[in-house]
Design a protein. Sequence first.
Lengths: 375, 375
Amino acid sequence: MNNKSIEKITTNIAKIRTPLRLVSGKTLPQYDLKYETYGELNENKDNAVLICHALSGNHHAAGKYQGDDKVGWWDNMIGPEKPIDTNKQFVVCLNNLGGCHGTTGPTSINPETNKVYGSDFPIITVNDWVNSQKELMDYLDIPYWQFIVGGSLGGMQAFEWTLQFPLLVKNCIVIAAAPKLTAQNIAFNEIARQAIMKDPNWHDGNYLSKGVFPNHGLALARMLGHITYLSDASMKEKFGRDLKKSKLNFNYEVEFQIESYLRYQGEKFVTGFDANTYMLMTKTLDYYDPIKDLSKSIKDRLGDSKSKYLIISFTSDWRFPPIRSKEIVKILLDNENNVSYSEITADGGHDAFLMENKDYFDVMRSFIKEVDDGF
Amino acid sequence: MNNKSIEKITTNIAKIRTPLRLVSGKTLPQYDLKYETYGELNENKDNAVLICHALSGNHHAAGKYQGDDKVGWWDNMIGPEKPIDTNKQFVVCLNNLGGCHGTTGPTSINPETNKVYGSDFPIITVNDWVNSQKELMDYLDIPYWQFIVGGSLGGMQAFEWTLQFPLLVKNCIVIAAAPKLTAQNIAFNEIARQAIMKDPNWHDGNYLSKGVFPNHGLALARMLGHITYLSDASMKEKFGRDLKKSKLNFNYEVEFQIESYLRYQGEKFVTGFDANTYMLMTKTLDYYDPIKDLSKSIKDRLGDSKSKYLIISFTSDWRFPPIRSKEIVKILLDNENNVSYSEITADGGHDAFLMENKDYFDVMRSFIKEVDDGF
């Protein structure tokens, strides 16, 4: 394991003042995008990499802030001599529109009303994210992405970039993703949303103006998410049927370790995340359906793409199992795109995309080396 | 399909006045068991069959009440000339202790306080259920069960009977079950309980005395249950990504058919089920661990059993997949018990055990025919 972490983190806000016409039909007149960069854009401007985050991610992908103990959410992947090598690449990661970590979202002030957006913040789609990320790209004066990479919902953004701006993405890495959600995927999201909306502190999404938080609902949503991120096998290995105390209580207090873990995860999450953002991100996932989107065939959408793809899945991922990644592979093969596919044997479930694993990291290194060696 | 339904349903209440010492250490001084019988107990008293219900089941397994449109929950399986043939067998099905359909449970009056039990009702284990079912057996003057059958949590009871009263069960059919829950199974139950307990109407389980119901929480719990009862494939076939209306709303109203279905299932469920019973049944599931229970080895527990077993699993069941049923088979094989195993190809997920399926019903008929032909 490479423990070296990025030394220089540049955190900034891009104030975009070009109105963004959204897929929903609404328009966002202006917005801020909070982002970080690691490494340096070279003279040829051909080493820029975009990292797209998943449901609960943000712009802080790697390195450690001064005085902070914790590194960014993908620090094992991004850094000096790591697969995404900040000695070579210029890495950009932003908090997505609708987020709650510095980018304009439901917790921001609506400039038209001077009040917090709350539930007035429009629903954002993956297409909208890509359009807003394109604004950031222009703002940073990046002519094209050497590659875009993302896991889960991040992978959907990476894929969508190649459909929306096929000439601006040289390479695309889609990890632990699917081309669209199944009914079961949507069902899990719907229950998460119902948990939040049935919280008496929800107030139709305008809880901030009441000075309360639908934390019970948000915690439940997060607990449910966690089940789908872990595999049955990894839960078994980590917790099994281990008890919290030495004997059974026969009441509704924590009995098994897994219960304690889930309650802790739920409680921790609500201290740093906004319920409206969570709601919005689940809808973004539900809506993503690039083949149906914009009433264009995939052929029409992919037609011009010269992007080279790497698709990665994990054997124990049951949220987006290998078969779902293969759907993307098939779409690309049918369209005669250049695609590599790797199915990694891993016990970590959906979360495996965030974990260090030799095979996984070797595949990433090898693809990125080819990318570096010329395209 | 055989549409003939039972003509005569006998519904009754057994008033058990022998105190029941529970695994939790508590004692239930007295209790009522609501039960139904179909068919007739023959002179030799060798044709009695016990049906054990699952989490949300009850005593009304087959036939139709006068003036009612709906048949019992396992009417396709139980009836004249059906796999469990009421022309031959004397079928008994009870509402389990802790239930909310006529048997003593959290909604009953506690004779010691003359108030509704609510959360004072003790947690019941599978062992306790078997002990209370044994009381019903004595009450009905049944010397032994020709067979006991159950699916899911019902299968655990059937299995447990052969451990607890090995000489009183000639044959045992365990369908879509597991010998104990995994961490993931417990995790789903815990989230269901958290949903109920975080409902402001929960009042520590004493909601009835306040005249309210934690229906939001109970509906969420049921919705979550439904995801685990259906397979990804059956959801895909039934709902896919079909929209409720012709176009997207871009809000938090129902967008996809699957959302509509889940909300409906949640809302329907709360009109006929008690939250404390739901809580209790999930704990009963969590605690079941017959190998660990009572500090006896499985060999010690199974030692005397001459029961013949049929274990059935369904390919698309991801709540208790075939591998979990095979754990039961292995325990029995290691102990040199007589066991048959059948893995049925079915798309219905965990709920497949409630659905008509030729292979499944043929296996049931064939096993039961052997049972009838002599033991």
